[in-house]
Design a protein around this ligand. Structure first.
Ligand SMILES: C[S@@+](CC[C@H](N)C(=O)[O-])C[C@H]1O[C@@H](n2cnc3c(N)ncnc32)[C@H](O)[C@@H]1O
Length: 467
């Protein structure tokens, strides 16, 4: 048995004995050893004959083919381009195919242009993205630029986004940044009573920094009666499309929902469970909201409705009904080509310092928070839930919005955390409750303005950016 080759031997052969290195590569029949040599070749010295690598492009082991391609990419020799193109289009392994495109791109020679252009038609979007990366080096070349610009209509969203960012970046990006940290004065610390769909007609585009809300449940409580589940989803879609319009570029929407159960009509029927977060999700992403995260709000089992009584007795499979101890906080961002860094840079240094999250914080997506029970409203946010969302997803001085404000918990948290709030709520009794909290406990701050839809329409027409 021959001894295993070492990194030192490879380095020594590279420096002093290239024919020996060629021989070593050609003679390695064992995949594991061959792979070791290919992985440890490092830079290729002048005089290295890359032809010794070519047979391994057809090697049965995926990793051997991948590393062969990585090494061929280092040679910057257009003679290998045709072979690489063959691997890029015909190899059975998608990682090998992508590496081949990357290797062609890395050669950074104009001779690669026709090969990379051909690969723009590949069915794997990652191949297309690699080819784009290679071609962007030659963007000054008009035909290349034109080819790339056509991809703005490519079916894949990542391809579209790269092309939009590279070629169609908003030329007034600077202006947008200047106003990013401000909000209209007419919306700051304002509570409007009415149907959110009517109210939002008077709110200017790009006014809000963050929306956190818990929409009415589908036919589960007296304030939420809809003709059908579809009509309910249409209603929410309409509201969140408007929220999208009034949200600033790249900022967040966080929706708290959970599947709801509509009880059975009689013993002869079964109850029905509606997967609201999942159905709503599809509609949100179709309407310009980019999915970012799903956070689970976990409640103690003792605080939720017990669905186990029947099963506990009969123990018959199929009749199992787990107690629902979780709700979702689905996190979305208003779609943009700009990175989060662009949003962060819109703030002054002292605002960033003052908004930093201090000390311990929840690092996982499971937030254990006890629910809050309220004598007036049947489904209020716990203050802690609002505190976390506001701290993680907004800066001090931002304007946060709850279209379905209920008892206005988000407003109370916003005020404590030095953010402005804008709340809309349909039910008079809940708005009255907010007024009472203001007068009796000063929970919202004296500067809070309550208005009807008509008064708000008048106020909003006079709104101007501030701060
Ligand atoms: C789940 S509750 C929100 C509770 C709130 N998160 C809190 O902490 O009190 C949903 C609220 O949406 C309100 N609502 C329902 N339809 C509305 C509409 N079209 N416009 C404004 N508010 C509406 C309901 O009256 C209810 O108070």
């Amino acid at each position: 048995m021959t001894a295993m080759v070492t990194k030192e031997q490879i380095a020594e052969l590279k420096q002093n004995n290239l024919p020996g290195l060629h021989q070593l590569i050609q003679e390695k029949a064992d995949s594991r050893e061959l792979l070791f040599v290919l992985e440890n070749l490092g830079y290729l010295p002048r005089g290295f004959d890359a032809n010794v690598l070519v047979p391994f492009l057809k090697h049965p082991n995926d990793q051997v083919r991948l590393w062969t391609i990585k090494n061929l990419g280092k040679v910057t020799d257009p003679r290998f381009m045709k072979l690489l193109l063959e691997s890029a289009t015909a190899d059975a392994d998608s990682m090998v195919r992508r590496e081949a495109v990357s290797s062609i791109g890395r050669m950074r020679t104009e001779k690669a242009i026709p090969y990379l252009t051909q690969l723009l038609n590949d069915s794997d979007p990652k191949i297309v993205l690699q080819a784009i990366r290679g071609l962007l080096v030659f963007r000054a070349n008009l035909p290349v630029k034109e080819q790339l610009e056509k991809l703005a209509k490519h079916p894949n969203e990542m391809v579209q986004s790269v092309i939009r960012k590279e070629f169609f970046q908003n030329s007034n990006g600077h202006e947008a940044k200047e106003h990013h940290a401000t909000s209209p004065r007419g919306l700051q610390n304002v509570v409007v009573q009415g149907d959110v769909r009517e109210i939002l007609k008077y709110v200017p585009d790009e006014s809000i920094h963050l929306t956190f809300t818990s929409p009415p449940y589908y036919n589960a409580r007296d304030y939420s009666i809809y003709e059908s589940y579809n009509a309910y989803l249409d209603f929410l879609t309409q509201v969140f499309c408007e929220v999208h319009r009034i949200t600033k570029e790249g900022r967040f929407l966080i929706v708290n929902t959970s599947p709801v159960i509509v009880p059975r009509v009689s013993r002869a029927h079964s109850s029905k469970r509606y997967p609201i977060p999942f159905d709503l999700h599809a509609r949100l992403v179709q309407n310009g909201w980019e999915f970012i995260d799903d956070i689970i709000w976990l409640k103690p089992e003792s605080s939720v409705k017990n669905r186990n009584a029947g099963f506990l007795q009969h123990r018959k499979p199929l009749g199992y009904k787990p107690n629902p101890t979780t709700e979702y906080l689905m996190v979305y961002r208003k779609q943009t080509d700009k990175l989060l860094d662009w949003n962060m840079r819109a703030y002054a240094w002292d605002t960033i310092q003052a908004s930093r999250i201090q000390g311990e914080y929840e690092t996982s997506n499971v937030w254990k928070i006890d629910p809050t029970f309220d004598r007036v409203h049947s489904a209020v946010f716990p203050l802690e839930l609002c505190n976390r969302v506001i701290k993680f997803y907004s800066y001090k001085g931002d304007l946060v919005f709850d279209p379905f404000a209920g008892s206005g918990t988000l407003g109370k948290a916003a005020r404590n955390l030095q953010r402005y709030f804008f709340l809309t709520e349909q039910e008079k009794k809940y708005v009255e409750r907010m007024k009472q909290d203001l007068v009796e406990k000063d929970l919202f701050g004296n500067e809070t303005r309550f208005s009807t839809l008509e008064q708000f329409a008048e106020l909003a027409s006079r709104a101007k950016p501030s701060r």
